[in-house]
Design a protein around this ligand. Structure first.
Ligand SMILES: [Zn+2]
Length: 174
């Protein structure tokens, strides 16, 4: 099985992308990092040499990612770029790559784990637990099923969220 390491923006900010290994990323990430002027030339050269491959998941991969992210309550916290990285990892896995996502985004890591994708963080400690969120009112304790509600309809207090409970534990991927 060939390795496919997939980088989000943090992989470019931390310099990992310039370590001359083979990486994958998506168009969305390139757009996000397009303002780093200094490394623009270096980036172009990596792309030209094929050391960074830009690819996208297919429709079916996006569908699966969105479905799982909605179920876990992470969907609202994922950007289009985050979704594209997860979809790409699924696609590469389908193509028999041993795909690993490098990302510091907590929601992205959480959904990756739910999709049985390997994930590691470039700087911070890897997450070991899969979390499902619960949205609740701090004042009257009403629990909300939807994640995009911001204010309690009973007492008007702002809502908070907390983990619903541990689902499964997985060894840290590093
Ligand atoms: Zn309330």
């Amino acid at each position: 099985m060939k390795d496919a390491v997939i980088l989000d923006s943090s992989g470019f900010y931390s310099g990992l992308a310039f370590s001359m290994k083979n990486f994958y990323t998506t168009k969305g990430v390139l757009k996000e990092i397009s303002h780093i002027k200094l490394s623009k030339l270096a980036l172009e050269s990596l792309l030209e040499q094929g050391l960074i491959k830009v690819d996208e998941g297919k429709k079916e991969h996006f569908k699966k990612v969105i479905e799982v992210a909605k179920r876990s309550g992470d969907f609202k916290r994922l950007s289009k770029t985050d979704l594209s990285l997860l979809a790409l990892a699924l696609k590469l896995k389908d193509e028999n790559f041993d795909s690993l996502i490098v990302s510091d985004d907590y929601s992205l890591c959480n959904v990756a784990k739910l999709l049985n994708l390997k994930v590691t963080t470039s700087v911070t400690r890897g997450i070991t637990k899969v979390i499902r969120w619960i949205v609740y009112c701090k004042s009257c304790k009403k629990v909300f099923g939807e994640y995009d509600v911001k204010v309690c309809d009973v007492c008007g207090s702002p809502l908070a969220r907390k983990p619903r409970g541990k689902l499964k534990k997985k060894a840290k991927v590093s």
